[in-house]
Design a binder for this molecule. Structure first.
Ligand SMILES: Cc1cc2nc3c(=O)[nH]c(=O)nc-3n(C[C@H](O)[C@H](O)[C@H](O)COP(=O)(O)OP(=O)(O)OC[C@H]3O[C@@H](n4cnc5c(N)ncnc54)[C@H](O)[C@@H]3O)c2cc1C
Length: 487
């Protein structure tokens, strides 16, 4: 059906498609533990081949797992253990920008296109998608839609679901095409149920995305606030009153202290710069190591418009006693934004437990939830043998009503029990978040009982609706079994 070159059953291909990139995945991969690799990997080159694979798999009761960049941290590209044959369907050959409408500012893009590929093609025509998750280099458009991804510039350009105008999804029962102009007022929008479906309903082959003219200027600057609450108030004012930033990223005191350690690569410059900065900040009553919080704000656009936005934004930050630090921190942030998250991978190899847990919550709930989760994490890390531990947080993906709180916990690994220890810490934080009404992403594995967490969030009727959708689109249950409640 696909030709021998696009079907692989060799050990390396199967191993490379067994896991995503969660802490649990990296621990097992490094220990050489691959309990249930897929039996084969297929690389369709067009939508017709995707449909043919799904028909073939339905007839033979073979499970199919869509695989984009494999950067997921939720365990949702991993085959379930068992007797059933499993195919990983890799979308990397579906990677083209098919059409661009410069008048309507939309582009039709194939689902397997990775961040750099699609940005390069759009930039060449003077546009950008504006979606830059930390995993930008390795993740795909289909993966972003299937996991409701949010990027670093989501405050300005929106989260992926807000940019998606139309989706083509090949399900085992046929092609689902959502309407681009969702103006019908008499039915729920189908697109909403396909975004976030994690491959459980079918394979997204293509999407029509809202795009934006390439900005001629990306002006990113840093501010320092005395306390977290001042930074949160400034950020909330910026997104509620405007000018709404393209990028806004607030670090708590612990994250600010760790960023300060990365300030300059050059030892002499760093020594002089650090000393002068310290004296100046002490004079202004800011303390990089203890309490002050760092905010990155960025505006994309044309120079005149950006200059006006900066005038207003600076005034808002100053109202909350924000100290302008200029463009240097903004330039450093831009430089490191795709590499900094991979410090995690290096640390794991040095015996460090490190993971990030994210929740979206309302502005009114943000600081109480932040304090509660931080305090629980600080207690539970030592209780699991992780030593004193370190917890640092950021606030981003801000909208007028809510924002995302991203909390990183760090401790010493307990050798031989790394996964149990990590899950004990993560579960404790998830309990607090679920109890306080924050949204969650749930890791997928048998012992972590995703169905229970999902039922807690969507309720019994919500679970019935999800089951009905699964029954309608995938009655034989071949699509990524386990990620959503089975039929
Ligand atoms: C270092 C690091 C940083 C990260 N930063 C961010 C971030 O800033 N923002 C963010 O949102 N996420 C982030 N993530 C998580 C991850 O990158 C996202 O979830 C991303 O959207 C996954 O895309 P992918 O192409 O790698 O999908 P995969 O990992 O391949 O798949 C993820 C899920 O989507 C399904 N899927 C993939 N392609 C399709 C398709 N074409 N049709 C149907 N289903 C499909 C898979 O079956 C699976 O269930 C990060 C991960 C890492 C490791």
């Amino acid at each position: 059906m696909l030709g021998p070159q696009n079907v692989r059953v060799d050990k390396r291909s199967r191993i490379e498609h067994t896991y995503g990139k969660s802490y649990r995945d990296l621990i097992r991969a490094r220990a050489g533990i691959f309990p249930a690799p897929p039996d084969g990997v297929v690389y369709p080159i067009d939508e017709g081949q995707v449909a043919a694979i799904l028909s073939w798999a339905t007839e033979r009761d073979v499970a199919v797992i869509p695989f984009g960049g494999g950067s997921s941290t939720l365990g949702d590209v991993e085959p379930q253990p068992g007797e059933r044959l499993v195919l990983s369907l890799d979308t990397s050959l579906l990677n083209r920008v098919v059409a661009l409408d410069p008048i309507s500012h939309t582009a039709r893009i194939q689902a397997g296109a990775r961040g750099p590929e699609l940005e390069e093609a759009l930039n060449a025509r003077g546009f950008t998608l504006g979606h830059f998750p930390h995993s930008f280099e390795f993740s795909t458009l289909g993966g972003w839609i299937a996991t409701r991804s949010a990027g670093q510039a989501s405050t300005g350009y929106g989260r992926i679901a807000e940019m998606t105008r139309e989706v083509r999804l090949v399900s085992p029962v046929g092609l689902v095409e959502t309407q681009s102009l969702a103006a019908t007022m008499s039915s729920p929008e189908l697109l909403c149920v396909l975004a976030g479906s994690e491959g459980a309903y079918g394979v997204i082959t293509e999407a029509t995305m809202a795009i934006h003219p390439q900005p001629s200027l990306r002006d990113y600057r840093g501010f320092l606030f005395h306390q977290m609450k001042d930074g949160v108030a400034a950020l909330r004012t910026l997104v509620q009153q405007g000018p709404r930033p393209t990028v806004a990223n607030l670090s708590d005191a612990a994250e600010t202290a760790s960023l300060a350690m990365l300030s300059s690569d050059h030892p002499t410059l760093r020594a002089i710069g650090d000393r002068m900065l310290e004296m100046y900040l002490t004079w202004k009553e800011y303390d990089l190591a203890n309490g002050s919080c760092f905010l990155i704000v960025g505006y994309d656009g044309e120079p005149d418009q950006v200059a006006k936005q900066w005038q207003q934004a600076t005034a808002i930050c100053r109202d909350h006693e924000g100290l302008p630090l200029g463009r240097t921190p903004g330039t450093a942030w831009k430089r490191d934004r795709f590499t900094y998250p991979y410090l995690r991978d290096t640390l794991i190899g040095m015996g460090v437990m490190v993971d990030t847990i994210e929740t979206v919550t309302s502005w009114s709930n943000l600081l109480p939830l932040y304090k509660e989760v931080t305090s629980v994490l600080r207690t539970v890390i030592p209780a699991t043998g992780g030593g004193t531990g370190y917890v640092k947080s950021q606030v981003y993906h801000a909208r007028p009503s809510d924002a995302c709180l991203s909390m990183t916990f760090i401790g010493r690994q307990v050798p031989g029990e790394e996964i149990e220890q990590w899950w004990a810490v993560r579960r404790a934080a998830m309990e607090v978040i679920a109890g306080a009404g924050g949204t969650l992403s749930y890791p997928l594995s048998a012992e972590q009982d995703r169905a229970k967490w999902l039922a807690r969030e969507v309720g019994p009727i919500g679970v019935t609706i999800l089951r009905a959708l699964k029954q309608a689109l995938d009655p034989a249950g071949i699509m990524n079994p386990g990620v959503l409640p089975p039929v």
